[in-house]
Design a protein around this ligand. Structure first.
Ligand code: APR
Length: 247
């Protein structure tokens, strides 16, 4: 791994416009379980029963109970880990310009990154399904399920459920960032969910170098990534930032 850490540090040192695509893996060390693989949320909950818009429309109480139990309490407690902090350091060194995250936990912003595209929305806000009014999640009283807007409408998290479109601005800003970058860090994603998994391919097609960080290989590893550093985001990004200081 040491050779790959040094290689990544060198590649980042010469890169001018770095972007990052992140997934649930970068938040695992903050106590938020991933979706897939061992201990993944979808091992316990059927995503089509709990994370699809039709399921929410059909039975908002059932989905809300699961969301509160499985998401709100965990996200409320979570703090940025060394992985998030490593990306924030790369921004302060004027290397990393934009993060495209599939995560809805707001931990990149909490770590200090300023340009974060929330590709799958955010759990930090709720919106009314009738009037569209938005509420900060931490101020929403979830003792009554489903929580309701002043207009009486049901509140839903401002996330992208399966079966829903990616917000247009997130879609084209991500495409722009991927086309413009000369190096993309792909951290903690299984790269099986579309259209997010296309983003490193757009970057590659536009000449960017793709550096993957994940304890496991993914569909990107063979076809798209220049190299994979097999390890946890916290340790690997810490070591890359430290190696950059020696260059
Ligand atoms: N550091 C880096 N990567 C890790 C770590 C870690 N400490 N721990 C696990 N991983 C890797 C796993 O090996 C896996 O490849 O993170 C990845 C997590 O994959 P998923 O759980 O599938 O998460 P993600 O790719 O973000 O899922 C995409 O699917 O369920 C939907 O909307 C949800 O945004 C999510 C999307």
């Amino acid at each position: 791994m040491e050779d790959l850490i040094k290689r990544a540090a060198k590649d980042l040192a010469v890169a001018v416009n770095v972007a990052a695509l992140t997934g649930a893996g970068i938040s695992v060390e903050s106590g938020i379980p991933p979706f897939r693989g061992k201990g993944g949320l979808w091992e316990r909950l059927d995503p089509m029963e709990f994370a699809h818009i039709n399921a929410f429309m059909r039975d908002p109480v059932k989905v809300w109970k699961a969301l509160v139990r499985e998401m709100k309490e965990i996200v409320d407690r979570a703090e940025p880990n060394d992985g998030h902090k490593g990306l924030a350091k790369l921004e302060t060194r004027d290397k990393l310009k934009t993060i495209i995250t599939q995560n809805i936990d707001g931990l990149h912003q909490a770590a200090g990154n300023t340009d974060v595209i929330e590709y799958h929305g955010t759990f930090a806000w709720q919106r009314c399904m009738d009037c569209g009014k938005k509420y900060e999640t931490r101020k929403v009283d979830v003792s009554e399920i489903p929580p309701r807007c002043g207009c009486g409408g049901i509140l839903r998290p401002d996330i992208v459920f399966f079966g829903e479109m990616i917000p247009a601005e997130a879609m084209w800003r991500s495409r722009q960032a991927a086309s413009d970058c000369d190096l993309m860090l792909v951290v903690g994603t299984s790269a099986v969910v579309q259209p997010a998994a296309m983003i490193p391919i757009i970057a590659k097609e536009n000449g960017a170098k793709i550096v993957e960080i994940n304890p496991e290989r993914t569909p990107l590893t063979v076809e798209v990534s220049d190299y994979l550093i097999m390890g946890g985001a916290g340790e690997v990004l810490n070591r890359i930032v430290a190696a950059m200081e020696k260059i």
